[in-house]
Design a protein around this ligand. Structure first.
Ligand code: PLP
Length: 407
């Protein structure tokens, strides 16, 4: 079956007592057993049955099973946020004296998790240019725990060459962990590109309507320690399993993910092309572009330096995140303040279009030097393109920009 079908038709873990067609929400902390032996078997992991909802819950398991069916993963673990998923995936491998090899271009809290939190526990982070494969090879040594990256970085929109980086990681005997939040797993296979463990913020595309937070660790089974540690150690001891209510909402979101994503990715491409055309025409006519948009960045545009690689890895769609650059921070603030349709909000891939100035928000607590090292510019606005009619999204950007140019 195709992904769109699997997403709606994954069987419930058990026949429901009432034949419920939607997965019921099992709002229970604990589960009763028939016998002492059944109880012992569940607690010791000899039988995979829920005993306590910090570790396993039928509603969450249904979401995990659906993702497993969609990705071909060996194990899927659902957590209460994307950050919880990332933390748990890294905790499998990171320990005192080890290092994580990664990029300068990372989600703000992921950088902070590595450089601030993990550093206190004796784990070093080596941030390098992942486009330089020799530098990657050189950075990895016998103490390297894993190679970690984001498939399309945010807000720089740098695309990692997954197969090449997976080859290097595997030569060195370490896993490649990839944050694949920005391109849904219904549209590309991280497994086929050599990724060992995928981490996803399911708050984004999967929840869809910004209904709930969630995160997934999608384990392809190449490093058996992942299943061992997460299932039998971290879920118990760290305790950030997804709640049944969030799993219910995210299962609903997952059912429509494929359809929503197609529209959002198409809207993003149309919007990027129109904005680009506007910028190019303005340059040719030697006049300011509508909205003072100086630059449009989207990996779906043919002139984007990563376009070819993006097509090779992700197929015909290129996600729903694009960025525009304006003259300076002041122009960005004025532009954002004049938006009437696009929401001033963080988050990505909501049904609604969203705009944010990453420099002053997501990266607001980093120093200017840190931001420069991460290529986060004060001139950049990130736009997450939603499900509205693309004409309306374009007009909103155009009017906010014109407004600015009059100031
Ligand atoms: C949002 C996001 C996260 C963090 O996910 P939360 O669900 O907000 O904890 C991690 N990585 C990327 C790429 C994200 O966009």
């Amino acid at each position: 079956m195709k992904k769109a079908t699997i997403a709606i038709n994954t069987k419930l873990p058990r026949q429901d007592a009432y034949g419920a067609i939607a997965m019921p929400v099992y709002h229970t902390a604990a589960y009763e057993f028939e016998t002492a032996k059944d109880m012992a078997d569940a607690f010791c992991g000899r039988v995979l049955a829920p005993d306590y909802s910090r570790v396993m819950n039928p509603t969450v398991m249904h979401l995990e099973d659906t993702v497993k069916a969609l990705t071909g993963a060996s194990n899927v673990f659902a957590f209460c946020s994307g950050m919880a998923a990332i933390t748990n995936a890294l905790l499998v491998f990171a320990e005192q004296g080890k290092n994580i090899v990664t990029s300068h271009h990372l989600f703000g809290n992921t950088v902070a998790l590595m450089n601030r939190t993990f550093t206190r526990f004796g784990v070093e982070t080596r941030q390098i240019d992942l486009l330089d494969l020799d530098a990657v090879r050189d950075a990895i040594d016998e103490h390297t725990a894993c190679l970690y990256l984001e498939i399309v970085t945010n807000p720089q929109l740098e695309v990692a060459d997954l197969s090449a980086l997976a080859d290097i990681a595997h030569e060195k005997g370490i896993p490649l962990i990839a944050d694949t939040t920005v391109i849904p797993f219904t549209h590309f296979s991280a497994k086929q590109l050599g990724v060992d463990i995928e981490v996803v913020s399911s708050t984004k595309y999967i929840s869809g309507g910004a209904t709930s937070l969630g995160g997934l660790v999608i384990d392809y089974g190449t490093f058996p320690v992942v299943n061992q540690r997460i299932r039998f150690e971290l879920l118990f001891n760290v305790g950030c399993y997804m709640s049944p209510h969030a799993a219910y909402m995210q299962s609903l979101g997952l059912e429509t993910l494929d359809a929503r994503y197609r529209v959002q990715a198409q809207n993003a491409l149309t919007l990027a092309k129109r904005l680009k055309e506007e910028v190019v025409n303005a340059q040719n006519e030697n006049r300011p572009a509508r909205g003072l948009v100086k630059q449009v960045n989207y990996i779906g545009l043919e002139d984007n330096p990563f376009h070819e690689l993006a097509v090779k890895q992700f197929g015909e769609t290129a996600g729903a995140m694009l960025t525009i650059d304006l003259a300076d921070r002041k122009a960005c603030f004025s532009f954002i303040d004049h938006l009437q349709l696009i929401r001033r909000a963080t988050n990505l891939f909501d049904n609604k279009s969203l705009a944010i100035h990453p420099y002053s928000t997501i990266f607001g607590n980093f120093t200017d030097e840190e931001k420069q090292a991460m290529d986060v510019r004060p001139t950049t606005i990130r736009i997450s393109v939603g499900l509205e009619d693309v004409d309306d999204i374009f007009e909103d950007i155009a009017q906010a920009a014109i407004h600015e140019s009059k100031n």
